[in-house]
Design a protein around this ligand. Sequence first.
Ligand code: ZN
Length: 146
Amino acid sequence: MRLPGMTREDTRLAIQTIFRLAQLYVPVPFDKVSRENKALLRISIGPKEDFDREGNTLAMAEVLSLRDPDPREIWFSPFVKWSEGPVTETEINPIPVGAHEVAHALGFSHNPNPGLMSPIINRLVTTPSANEMEYFWSAYEEWRPA
Ligand SMILES: [Zn+2]
């Protein structure tokens, strides 16, 4: 997979970073599996018909409970110019966007306060706030660190 605007290698590194960030707060080991194996979470470029051409919708995710064993998907917009470098007006870094979408796929919903799950993505935020974690653990008591 290659995000539009980025090389295949930079895309791979960005996705690796997104999963490393998720492992900081959810004790789920992520392993890359080959296409033939069933993955719990699949990331791809979304179908053009599901995204606006202006790139207002950056990405989408299926929101499933962390307890749900069904596979879930994250789609990045094919119409955004993605960039891992310094972000300009027209380029978007996939890491904060992916971190937000992975959190959805792990059971986090939107939260009106500033944080990872604010509906407007803040490019400086890549992990949940203390309040977001508290809310998450209230639903997933078994994941709360001892
Ligand atoms: Zn969202």
